[in-house]
Design a protein around this ligand. Structure first.
Ligand code: SAH
Ligand code: SF4
Ligand code: F3S
Length: 433
């Protein structure tokens, strides 16, 4: 009987891809098979996030549940890995559910950690680890798309952010191993590759920058779409914008987190661009690609944020009219520059009120942006059945917008042409053409 592994993943796309690296290591070296039932598993791996306090609170709740599972299944072992493991380290072993703690750069040592009869910890960050030679085993979050991590870590040290501490310094993975992984993904029949990094625009491997890398990946198979995340406004170059525009199978979608529309906040956040710089980058993107989807991340209620700062964020949102946004209330993370230097002085009521205002405005912007697509035709990659109704399928256009359309003589992974007949703030409702 092969040993059964249950993996639960929190946090960003990079974490999802890390779980696929872990699955690859544990199945190749220890003979584990993936299971979807934590109650009968031999090993539970919980891949954690530390980005906001709420992300960690959820994990503590899960660990209490695993204690209960362990009572009915005494052989069960629980490993806590990822960013929260890195941040809290061996203190996690104080929870009686936890047997193993491993940080994001320690997954190669997983088999050794499992051999230990005692609780075991490895949270060493390794500034050269990119898991370049490990072919991730796909966990099956999508039938059409697959991730490739092209770099790890982050060198930016935005003052609010825990990532540089949990994932260490930035390092780029070799071009050759990225292309090898892309070829493998294509040979498995995936139709979309999503290149991942905390700041893909600063990718550099022995002189190959991100604009060159994306052209190399795109040229492998023109029937496979390429997306990428995340771009940093200070690093997104004209060269990259032209590469996206010129490569026919690179999707016209850029996730460009702005965080705030106020120069005072941007300075305190240590983002190293200002409002005008950001708006100029958006103008450049739209000048070269008027149909490019632009999405963002916004933080409400950062340290010392005044009503005027908040209004500046709202006005920037109106000026850009983002297609989509992830919006958060500021959550102080211990050890970050902001936690050390600025009091977390915006009340939870004010943070929530401002966040709600931002969310409401984004709803209008998404609807307005989708409204501009009425009557337009798009090529869509069919992802699967839609939740919107029977005989309805869904898939995204190049800009990343979700389209719903009637089922027809095609399947998942095919490209179809659709025309937009009506819209909501989240979806384009289409007919086939
Ligand atoms: N590397 C990416 C994003 C990483 S984290 C980038 O630089 O854009 C994803 C998002 O979480 C960030 O863009 C930010 O909006 C949000 N975030 C990060 N730290 C946060 C904190 N302490 N409180 C609230 N939101 C935070
Ligand atoms: Fe965090 Fe900034 Fe790095 Fe993004 S760029 S991961 S927000 S430090
Ligand atoms: Fe990702 Fe969360 Fe870590 S967003 S990088 S899993 S802190």
């Amino acid at each position: 009987m092969p040993k059964k592994l249950f993996i639960e993943t929190y946090g960003c796309q990079m974490n999802v891809n890390d779980s696929e690296v872990i699955l690859s290591i544990l199945s190749d070296q220890c003979g584990y098979v993936l299971s979807d039932d934590p109650l009968t598993a031999d090993l539970i791996v919980i891949n954690t996030c530390a980005i906001r306090e709420g992300a960690e609170t959820r994990i503590w709740g899960r660990l209490d549940q695993f204690t209960v599972y362990k009572r009915s299944n005494p052989n069960l072992r629980v490993a806590i890995v990822g960013c929260m493991a890195e941040r809290i380290k061996d203190k996690l072993l104080e929870h009686k559910a936890v047997d193993i703690v491993a940080g994001p750069d320690a997954y190669r040592t997983f088999p050794a950690l499992l051999e230990s009869l005692e609780p075991a910890v490895n949270v060493k960050l390794d500034k050269s680890e990119t898991y370049h030679d490990i072919l991730p085993k796909r966990i099956g979050w999508s039938k059409t798309s697959s991730y490739i991590s092209i770099m790890r870590g982050c060198n930016n040290v935005c003052s609010y952010c825990v990532v540089p501490y949990t994932r260490g310094p930035e390092r780029s993975r070799s071009v050759e191993t990225i292309l090898a992984e892309a070829r493998n993904i294509i040979s498995q029949g995936y139709k979309e590759i999503i290149l991942l990094g905390q700041n893909v625009d600063s990718y550099n491997y022995e002189g190959t920058n991100f604009a060159s890398l994306i052209r190399l990946v795109a040229a492998l198979d023109r029937s496979v779409r390429i997306r990428f995340s995340t771009s940093h406004p200070k690093d997104i170059s004209d060269e990259l914008i032209y590469a996206i525009a010129e490569e026919p199978n690179v999707c016209r979608q850029i996730h460009l987190p702005v965080q705030s529309g106020s120069d005072i906040m941007l300075e305190k956040m240590r983002r190293r661009y200002n409002r005008e710089w950001y708006l100029e980058r958006v103008r450049k993107i739209r000048e070269v690609m008027p149909d490019c989807g632009i999405s963002t991340d916004i933080i409400a209620g950062f340290c010392g944020e005044t009503e005027d700062d908040h209004k500046a964020t709202l006005s920037l949102m109106k000026e850009v009219c983002f297609d989509f946004a992830f919006m958060f209330a500021y959550s102080e993370r211990p050890g970050t520059l902001a936690a050390r230097n600025y009091p977390d002085d915006i009340s939870i009521e004010t943070k929530t009120a401002r966040l709600n205002e931002i969310i409401a405005l984004q709803g209008h912007c998404s609807l307005q942006s989708n409204g501009k697509d009425l009557g337009k035709r798009f090529e869509v990659l069919v992802e699967g059945p839609s939740k919107k109704g029977e005989n309805q399928m869904c898939g995204r256009n190049s800009a990343g917008k979700m389209c719903v359309f009637p089922a027809g003589d095609f399947g998942v992974g095919d490209y179809v042409n659709v025309r937009v007949e009506s819209v909501t703030s989240a979806t384009l409702i289409c007919t086939l053409v």
